[in-house]
Design a protein around this ligand. Sequence first.
Ligand code: UD1
Ligand code: UDP
Length: 369
Amino acid sequence: MKRIFLIVGARPNFVKAAPLYRSLVEAGFADVRIIHTGQHYDFNMSDIFFRDLDLPSPDVNLEVGSGSHGKQTGEMLIKLDDYFYRENPDLVVVFGDTNSTLAGALAAVKLGIKLAHVEAGARSFDLSMPEEINRILTDRVSDLLFVPDEYAEKNLLKEGIPAEKVFNVGNILMDALINNFSKIENLSTGVLEKFGVRPLGYGVVTIHRAHNVDDSRRLNQIIEILNQLSSKYDLIFPIHPRTLKRIRSFDVVLNNKIKLVDPLGYLEFVGLLMNAAFVLTDSGGVQTESYFLNVPCITLRENTEWLSTIDSGTNFLTGLDWRKIQSVLNELKDKGFRPNRKEIPYWDGKTSNRVASIIKDYLDQGGQN
Ligand code: UD1
Ligand code: UDP
């Protein structure tokens, strides 16, 4: 049996790892382990995802916790290095663009262990985003680069990554949605009752990007937008701990019509999202999940690594421009808040099976591209 380690640490990593864990276990050629760095640790940011996504508890939790980027990534690197050295896996798989992704990648390649990156090639072309640094560095050292769309594929080829290492397999977040869809549908009515809203009668908000919340002027602008919107729409805002901390420390005042709630588990969150009129977000994952659900996504950023969702007609990049936001919402209202979505190739729920089969062939051939 081959040994494959899946490295996770933050909320989006868990959602991306779950479908691949399942596909690899079903394929039966490898002993698959989940290594948790401990980057996220609150119940609602970590354990709840293992429960919701039927992921077994991690084989190890390195309990690194919060800290500056350097300290957090450095501590992960030290602990992963030690663990990989002792356990000697055949392949390490990292997901997305978090500090756990970069630490897993560096720890693997420094020990000469083969490395696969799921969601490779995504680029915002904004080097002030910590995630962009994590993506570029991880891609540069990966042996297998699993890209979600044609934009990502082209980005890697332009950066000089050899084509034989790059595989357009689609977006693994669609697999998580499809694998869990009946569970989500079953609980969605209860979720709406819990929050006291009707289908298409509310908007969901998620904001956590450092660029948006660590700068008090920008955070104030966002809160102003939400306050204005709340006079017309019910807004439910499951708040990320980084954002809550900033709102408290900057003394920002949120209108009490905005329903501020703890971060939600995956099933509940998607259950809420699927019936929303719209979502306002700066999340990467939510931009793509709203594509699948055909829920309009208003992205409060100036750039995005998910141009394919803009092409598909579900994502609207407004930045913090209040006029743009208003005009997008007015147009959407006329269309009953459901855009005419164009399909994105391979976003079909079969991404994790494709990845598992490519990994199997790669390891069978002794790790040669
Ligand atoms: C991280 C990722 C980001 C991803 C996000 C998903 C990096 C560089 N950033 O950002 O790409 O979009 O996760 O949610 O890896 N905190 C808690 N409890 C927790 C976790 C965090 O209270 O369980 C608080 C701490 O005060 C911490 C802050 O949130 O300092 C930020 O956490 P951190 O993991 O550093 O970054 P995120 O903003 O979560
Ligand atoms: N999510 C969740 N509960 C929430 C907010 C988000 O389960 O309250 C899920 C969401 O469906 C997606 C993932 O968390 O699968 C995205 O994480 P996040 O937005 O924190 O990170 P990003 O994708 O921006 O890196």
